[in-house]
Design a binder for this molecule. Structure first.
Ligand code: FAD
Length: 283
């Protein structure tokens, strides 16, 4: 439970963090809330030789409207995302989901940027961002680039971020009046990680479903879209939801662990997709 030795520097700005990442190479890691990185270091599953503390960079903590989107600074704490009036008004699936992460202690220290950059397939927010087709903004030595959530989550604890880039902002589209949403998470205790989670954003039409986007948590090495269910719901009647949900686990290979077998997770996905789409149609 004691980390391997490491050096520590505090960055006062994003520019300084990028510079320090460049100086110290691939063995350097950014430290935001530390709620994912420090447990890994204590177990010696991560052994960075240099920690670059970005937690005090104040101008990366905000939630604000920007045209058709809501921009969230990467260092915004889960608690701030959960209690944001702007998100409650324009993209409530994000504020709701932030309130489902861990417990109050975790939510007051962990950051949305850390949750996204960590690339853990059991994390809740990456699935929601994938479902919303959010954009992620990263800054590196060559300037800023924007990465679609569909390209960002590349594998188990892997993302499209380069080792010398800082994730600075998450942009989520505002939901319109015809778009219903849901995030459902199945776990054994209230503060646990999802055994399986499901995000749904449903475009309602007159008495029917114009289209649906569905994301899955902990059903593979990265957050996934339930493509077969989405295809079955496009232009369908609400009566089609149960049948469409049966296809939710198609093409997935979820892990087996002490909490659930792979088959149980696949079954859970079908149940949660049905419930999530039904809930989204009601909202
Ligand atoms: P850190 O631990 O500081 O960093 C994580 C990784 O991201 C590191 O590799 C770091 O270098 C990198 N990083 C951080 N910020 C940036 C950035 N801006 N740019 C580039 N790289 C960056 N999560 C859930 O989704 N659902 C849960 O139910 C849940 N339960 C939890 C319960 C407990 C008891 C704990 C300890 C954690 C739980 N978490 C859960 C994880 C929690 O949400 C973490 O806060 C989050 O995953 C990581 O955020 P952080 O700010 O602590 O990142």
């Amino acid at each position: 439970m004691i980390p391997a030795p490491f050096d520590y520097e505090r960055a006062e700005s994003v520019e300084q963090a990028v510079e320090l990442l460049g100086q110290h190479g691939e063995d350097a890691r950014l430290l935001a809330g530390g709620h994912s990185l420090l447990p890994l270091m204590k177990l010696r599953l991560a052994r960075p030789t240099m920690l670059i503390d970005i937690s005090r960079i104040g101008d990366l903590s905000y939630v604000r409207e920007e045209g058709d989107a809501v921009a969230i600074g990467a260092l915004s704490r889960h608690h701030d995302v959960h209690t944001s009036d702007v998100l409650a008004r324009h993209c409530p699936i994000v504020s709701h989901t932030a309130g489902e992460i861990g417990d109050p202690q975790v939510r007051h220290v962990g950051t949305i940027g850390g949750s996204v950059a960590h690339g853990d397939p059991a994390s809740d927010m990456p699935t929601v961002l994938l479902t919303l087709e959010a954009e992620l903004v990263a800054r590196g030595p060559d300037g800023e680039r924007t990465i679609g959530a569909g390209e960002f989550f590349t594998g188990l604890f892997e993302t499209a971020l380069r080792h010398d880039e800082v994730l600075t902002e998450i942009r989520v589209p505002k939901l319109g009046p015809t778009q219903g949403w849901s995030y459902l998470k199945f776990n054994r205790r209230a503060q646990d990680w999802a055994i399986v989670g499901v995000a749904a954003v449903v475009d309602r039409s007159d008495g029917g479903i114009a289209g649906a986007r569905i994301g899955l948590t902990n059903m593979g090495t990265a957050p996934l879209r339930a493509g077969a269910s989405e295809a079955a719901l496009a232009g369908a009647d609400p009566e089609a939801v149960a049948g469409a949900a049966e296809a939710a686990a198609e093409g997935t290979s979820p892990p087996s662990d002490t909490f659930a077998t792979s088959e149980y997770r696949q079954h859970l996905a079908t149940v949660l997709v049905r419930r999530a789409v039904e809930e989204a149609l009601e909202r």
